[in-house]
Design a protein around this ligand. Sequence first.
Ligand code: NAD
Length: 462
Amino acid sequence: MKAQQALYIDGVWCPAEGRDTIDVVNPVDEQVIGQVPAGNAEDVDHAVRAARAALPAWAATPPAERAARLAALRDVLVARKDEIAGTITAELGSPLAFSQAVHMGTPIAVAGSYAELAATYAFEEKVGNSTVYHEPIGVVGAITPWNYPLHQIVAKVAPALAAGCTVVLKPAEDTPLTAQAFAQAVHEAGVPAGVFNLVTGLGPVAGQALAGHPDVDLVSFTGSTAVGSRIAATAGAAVKKVALELGGKSANVILPSADLARAVNVGVANVMSNSGQTCSAWTRMLVHTAQYDAAVELAARAAAKYGDRIGPVVNARQRDRVRGYIEKGLAEGARLVAGGVEPPSERGYFISPTVFADVTPEMTVAQEEIFGPVLSILRYEDEEDALHIANGTVYGLAGAVWAGDETEAVAFARRMETGQVDINGGRFNPLAPFGGYKQSGVGRELGVHGLTEYLQTKSLQF
Ligand code: NAD
């Protein structure tokens, strides 16, 4: 897709006030593939004013009509699936088949789910002698990361629009072309001017201006815990609602009764998918001491099969950061059984699929989010030990439990301090609430829980 030298505000592509631009780089060959405007605080203000002006009419639009626009948006995404998948591959580096199946498949399903929810959700209910109205919160400032560039946008914009909110989006610097393609799709879907606005730009400039804008009612942020906590502090000072989807360091707990080979192979695939740049990836594999050596061997073999087929990480900074973690793992005494710091290819931001054994719970590679294709395998003595290790980080976004018997796995999962757990390889469900315990975030996305984040209640008593 050709980059737009403009921002999408009030239904038109308009030049940015700021003269600065952002280079978009293909992480496979390090070539610049386009440039987009780096919007500044004035651009953000322009977009927020457009969103504010469009709010009364959109909030008053019957839910069935909002649902129709969302269904049209889903249809445009379906029609442009291959083209947008190509854009995602060009700026994120993910293999094309993965972009088509996951980077496009998920947001199409999510957009469809909100078309249905907008049409069926009870925006008005009776509670005793009261009528309770579920009203839109207002103008939403949405700030998104690059790792699932379209999904992260749709997971915010679709429920916000379904709720009757208007939106200003500040997407990640690395993947602005996907955001531009989304803005085109919104336009084609006939969403009225000002309901959705796009300002590309730098986090500390455009992102910060959006998070701190006095006329934004809700800031919905997905990204790192460090930036999220700063945004929450700014919003808190202004008594503004925030929704935060932050980092993770999820545990994949393999109980002794599980099918070990399946649990390990699916676990490795989960971590390597999207080059490890998945907030909910199960980057800590917990194995009983009696099965530990067998699991390490299986994991090393599984990881070695991937080679550079997983694609690069998004940029040079991320590559260096991941390499730094691998070096730290070695320095702290973890045993490398696959991959390492040597790149599998000279060009591009590639990292070899890497597996560490003999990782102990306090090591950096067991505690911090690496956001690259790096798996740590930890040993546990018994179930209590496994639970203690699984819950022993500041994060609580996701996880997995494997056992011979589902009841046994569920009993363990219920004791995990985390927002999502896959039982014996359970599939991702775009309708299930997604979000974190502890420092993994505040609030939930997807399904009906994601919709209610954008609603506030008004009760009338009779
Ligand atoms: P990041 O926090 O650096 O950036 C995320 C977004 O915030 C970008 O749009 C960026 O421009 C913007 N930003 C940066 N500084 C800002 C500031 N001072 N004020 C306002 N906005 C600012 O994160 P990243 O490196 O882009 O993404 C990786 C992180 O995102 C990982 O920690 C990952 O776990 C997390 N993540 C979480 C989820 C989830 O659902 N929980 C999903 C995807 C990614």
